[in-house]
Write a protein that binds this ligand. Structure first.
Ligand SMILES: [Cu+2]
Length: 375
């Protein structure tokens, strides 16, 4: 794509941002349906900042690893998972410790007063409430300055997931997994040799406009949960994880008990690409969409399920026998760029041994904590 076309696209996006900014900038309404106050009241604080993070391990694809000038909520890509029960009221505080304007867009909310924060400038904070009436998994993301630059803030890592547990949800072992693209001006490409530098790379508008991500992160890093691939010839993808596995330590692996019900909250912030989600050696029940009180206007056994950009989905699966399964974006260009995770089915798995950052507070635990707070 030539530069004139990219400039034209950027200008077009700019106009959209300007047109919408008066609407998205303010948050004048605070009407909340009193009748829907059936659940507990919860509070969460998200802290926006800009910082460099490691997005690729040191491996043959990217010798030396890769650092990136990210934008983050609470210091990490992705931001933390927020869990509530259907009917709860969620109070959200957005604090901006960064240098530029940030904001929040919660897909779990309906109406600007529920879903949007409006602009929060450097050093400022804002608090608003959201009625979590619709069950399911939803994306939240930064909306930048009234949408102006939203594509860059999402590509830079400002996103996460909110889980609204359904009233009729069955107990299951639960996990939070977020995919996300990186467009890095300093990334010379796969197998390009050592392109680790002292300076971290930054957002590349040309790669973004051409839909050419350098990496597809899984919970903030390419191949974070994949030690190696290859049987006769082994290609290490995450040497640290491989060393951990060889030492018999599975702390940073997804672990499940054979036969137990597991539930995966899978989030695709994009900003551009679809996720074709599949478990190697597995089948899944898709609980995407929702009906009042339950998940499931789609509920069926499937091999691969599409998660569009700007969406999250709820997938249930059981892993019948011991062994290694792999969750992948079956788009092979995305797998090689980092969108995959190993799942180890072992009788040694326990209820709360999720890898750091992937644990989701359960419906029962949320209910128990709310009751303790009332008493
Ligand atoms: Cu932002």
């Amino acid at each position: 794509m030539n530069k004139a076309i990219i400039a034209g696209i950027a200008a077009g996006i700019l106009v959209v941002g300007l047109v919408f900014s008066p609407v998205f900038n303010g948050n004048p309404l605070s009407a909340v349906d009193a009748a829907s106050h059936t659940g507990a009241h919860r509070h969460v604080t998200l802290i926006a900042s800009e910082q460099a993070v490691q997005v690729a391990p040191d491996n043959a694809l990217h010798p030396g690893g890769l650092m990136y000038n990210a934008m983050v909520f609470n210091g990490t890509i992705p931001g933390p998972v927020i869990a509530v029960n259907q009917g709860d009221t969620l109070e959200i505080t957005l604090r901006n410790d960064g240098e530029v304007i940030h904001s929040l867009d919660f897909h779990a909310g309906i109406g600007p007063s529920n879903a949007l924060s409006g602009n929060v400038g450097p050093g400022e904070e804002k608090t608003w409430t959201l009625q979590a009436n619709t069950a399911g998994a939803f994306l939240y993301h930064c909306g930048a300055d009234g949408l102006l630059g939203v594509w860059e803030h999402i590509a830079n890592g400002m996103y996460g997931g909110i889980v609204v547990h359904a009233q009729k949800e069955k107990p299951a072992k639960e996990f939070y997994v977020v995919f996300g693209e990186i467009y890095n001006g300093e990334d010379a490409g796969l197998f390009a040799g050592d392109n680790s530098t002292d300076t971290a790379g930054s957002f590349d508008l040309g790669k973004f406009a051409a839909d050419q991500p350098d990496l597809v992160l899984t919970n903030g890093m390419a191949h974070k949960y994949v030690p190696a691939i290859g049987a006769s010839t082994q290609l290490p993808l995450n040497p640290e994880l491989l060393a951990e596995m060889n030492a018999g330590n599975l702390t940073n692996f997804f672990k499940v008990k054979p036969g137990e019900l597991t539930r995966w909250y899978l989030v695709n912030p994009g900003p551009n690409g679809y996720v074709a989600f599949h478990f190697i050696s597995g089948m899944m029940d898709v609980r995407d969409g929702s009906v009042r009180g339950n998940y499931g206007n789609v509920d069926r056994q499937d091999e691969t399920w599409t998660i569009p950009p700007g969406s999250a989905t709820v997938i249930e699966a059981t892993f019948p026998e011991e062994g290694i399964y792999v969750g992948v974006d079956h788009n092979m260009n995305h797998v090689v760029r980092g969108a995959a995770f190993a799942v180890v089915a072992t009788n040694g798995a326990t209820a709360d041994d999720q890898p750091p950052g992937s644990w989701v507070e359960s419906k029962a635990s949320l209910k128990e904590n709310a009751m303790m707070m009332e008493n």
